[in-house]
Design a protein around this ligand. Structure first.
Ligand SMILES: NC(=O)c1ccc[n+]([C@@H]2O[C@H](COP(=O)([O-])OP(=O)(O)OC[C@H]3O[C@@H](n4cnc5c(N)ncnc54)[C@H](OP(=O)(O)O)[C@@H]3O)[C@@H](O)[C@H]2O)c1
Length: 287
């Protein structure tokens, strides 16, 4: 079976290389031809026209924007009938649903998706890709898509992958923002970022272990205080705000966290476990 990759930027090039490494005949197309030629030197077939790329049963697209995807695929929309289009371009749930309606209307199977692990891990099992949309199309191309990494189908709603994309992006930034603040704090005391990173990495398995348990608590609406109450964490966060200010580093991050804990206290969760903070952040809590 052959696959095609349309868009050979940083991500698209890695996608094509992963398909090649897994032994798939890989047709590549890019607006700027030189990038396709570079991949042809690695075993890909450089498509002379976009129609040639649209002829593969599995067409993977990764461009800068949904507008660009529409622009590139519009001339070949009829050729895509009966094919599966996997769109790994970043967008919003709305643009994903619109793209799905448009391509489904032309008889193509559509999967919207997001690459969650940067470019360097693509092709390895730890590279997470989230997809959603046409379940039949996913089942038909599951093996080829597994060439890219850990490819997970989330459900039939084509907007869901984009929802996860944003949610996981925010999760990563939450962790990284805490890390950047921590690095600034310890650096003010003469600790090298690389030295601190070792302790940070050693702490993360504990943090990760909380996710499943706290998710269960959020679902059940019961917040045992096994990991400390909101009040206890609020007091500790006061210390972090104070220590940061005393060290001369910005307090934005711990103040943000303190604000969230205050919201939980206002919501009546002071004596509950910290997962109750999720209640204050939820749609119901915001209403
Ligand atoms: N790079 C990452 O680490 C990463 C990680 C996760 C997700 N993503 C997502 O993957 C997508 C692509 O990212 P990238 O890093 O590969 O970007 P990139 O290196 O800037 O490549 C952009 C690609 O889009 C093409 N393109 C842009 N406008 C076009 C148009 N109007 N018509 C035809 N082709 C057009 C470019 O063609 P030319 O070569 O001709 O300019 C190029 O192939 C983005 O949505 C990004 O958010 C990237």
């Amino acid at each position: 079976m052959n696959v095609s990759v349309i868009g050979l930027g940083q991500m698209g090039t890695r996608l094509a290389q992963a398909f090649l490494a897994a032994g798939y005949q890989t047709v590549v197309w890019n607006r700027t031809r030189a990038k396709a030629d570079a991949l042809a030197a690695q075993g890909a077939t450089a498509a002379a026209t976009i129609a040639e790329a649209a002829a593969a049963p599995l067409v993977v697209v990764c461009l800068t924007s949904y507008g660009a995807v529409r622009e590139v695929l519009d001339p070949v929309r009829e050729e895509l009938r009966g094919k599966t289009v996997v769109n790994l371009t970043s967008g919003t749930p709305e643009t994903a649903r619109e793209m799905s309606a448009w391509l489904s209307g032309h008889g193509a199977g559509y999967l919207d998706g997001a690459a969650m692990s940067g470019t360097q891990l693509v092709g390895r099992p730890e590279a997470l890709f989230v997809l959603s949309g046409d379940a039949g199309a996913f089942a038909a191309h599951r093996a080829a898509l597994a060439s890219l990494g850990n490819v997970v189908h989330l459900g039939a709603d084509p907007g869901l992958a984009s929802v996860y994309d944003g949610a996981l992006f925010g999760l990563a930034w939450g962790a990284l923002a805490g890390f950047y603040h921590a690095v600034a704090l310890v650096a003010a005391e003469g600790v090298a970022p690389t030295a601190f990173a070792q302790a940070a990495a050693g702490h993360m398995p504990f943090v990760t272990s909380l996710l499943t348990e706290h998710a269960r608590q959020i679902e059940e609406g019961r917040y045992p205080d096994d990991d400390g109450t909101v009040n206890v964490h609020a007091a500790a966060m006061d210390h972090l705000v104070h220590a940061s200010a005393a060290a001369g580093v910005r307090t934005d991050i711990p103040e943000l966290f303190r604000g969230l804990l205050e919201l939980a206290v206002i919501g009546g969760h002071g004596a509950d476990g910290i997962a109750s903070t999720a209640q204050a952040l939820s749609k119901e809590g915001a209403a």
